[in-house]
Design a protein around this ligand. Structure first.
Ligand code: ASP
Length: 341
């Protein structure tokens, strides 16, 4: 800690300002940032607007919590639940199918203040997997619970349970048939699909990260995984440090993309490390990390916020866009759909 910071802390104590309010003295505005996955660039205006609408609703709900003094964890869960309940995104209701025709959902949450975290994987009956991730974090000594155990835990804790048929959507089922024909495991953003899929964009894993008024960071991610994945396959989204990470001493990160590669790059933690140990600005840390993903054949995106509320967005830009949005308190929520140059 440098002399300037020591002086600031001393001043806070003298003025009777508690240490937890120190962040307010730093003068940042609490913020929530979300993503709705990546997609190929063949989006119609209509498709864009449908997604923008849900994402704005999600941002507004998270922003309201932060404005009312709520925690970053609460903001993240609320924002993600809205996207999980929409059939548009590859999370909750709109989850993709496994090769055997199941829907197996993964989700994770991390609290940057305590470094506590929880995740579920391969859940088949939980309506909102992000809530189950929070149950793992709050009520168990574990970090990741998979399969039947995740469903059982959610039920025992009173979460809303659904039959597999709840997750059926025509477009996801067609996407599975396409993937089977092509003998591929598909990301929502993949271009190598049959004509049916090229006609329709299949977005996208969802994520939310937030910084609250007390300077606490949180991150959450939720997904159905990849279309035609092997039954039992677990991606990066429920793996802390890969698809999701938050630490008050550095950053909060949520990812979307080729999970099998994101795990090997430890993407979310890599962003944190580059920020913390290499002193890269958050935007640069996200960009450097996505380069590593691309180098070993991955595609996808990253959203990140540092402890001061700066944002960093990066995705493999040659053929993709990443739906993302941000809302600082007191500002109009913005959703971005960037086109490739
Ligand atoms: N990362 C997710 C997975 O591999 C997929 C995605 O983000 O679209 O499970």
């Amino acid at each position: 800690m440098n002399l300037k910071n020591i002086k600031k802390i001393a001043l806070c104590f003298i003025c009777g300002i508690s240490f937890s309010n120190f962040a307010i003295a730093e003068n940042f505005k609490p913020i929530i940032v979300i993503h709705g996955g990546t997609s190929n660039l063949k989006l119609s205006q209509k498709d864009y607007e449908a997604r923008e609408k849900v994402m704005k609703e999600s941002l507004k709900a998270g922003q309201k919590i932060l404005e009312n003094g709520g925690t970053s964890i609460e903001a993240v869960i609320t924002a993600i639940k809205i996207m999980e309940d929409s059939p548009i995104f590859n999370a909750g209701k709109g989850a993709v199918f496994t090769s055997d025709g199941f829907n197996e959902l993964d989700a994770s949450i991390m609290d940057g203040k305590t470094l506590n975290a929880g995740a579920v994987a391969m859940a088949r009956h939980i309506k909102n997997p992000i809530e189950a991730a929070k149950v793992v974090m709050d009520k168990t000594p574990h970090t990741l619970i998979a399969g039947e155990g995740a469903d059982k835990l959610a039920k025992a804790n009173g979460l809303e349970m659904v039959q597999q048929k709840y997750f059926y959507t025509k477009h996801r089922y067609e996407q599975l048939q396409d993937a089977k024909k092509a003998q591929k495991t598909l990301l929502d953003s993949d271009n190598e699909k049959t004509s049916a899929n090229l006609a329709k964009p299949y977005l996208g894993t969802v994520g939310a990260i937030a910084l609250d008024k007390n300077g606490n960071l949180a991150a959450g991610t939720s997904t159905g995984g990849t279309t035609n994945k092997m039954t039992g396959r677990i991606g990066d989204s429920p793996i802390i440090g890969s698809g999701n990470y938050a630490n008050n001493d550095s950053v909060a990160v949520s990812c979307t993309g080729t999970g099998d590669i994101y795990i090997r790059v430890s993407v979310a933690h890599e962003v944190s490390s580059l920020y913390k140990y290499k002193n890269l600005p958050i935007q640069k840390a996200a960009e450097e990390t996505i380069k590593q993903v691309a180098q070993i054949g991955g595609t996808g995106g990253i959203i990140s916020i540092d402890k001061k509320g700066n944002v960093g967005y990066a995705w493999t830009k040659d053929s993709l866009g990443m739906y993302h949005g941000e809302a600082r308190i007191g500002e109009e929520p913005k959703v971005f759909w960037p086109l490739a140059k």
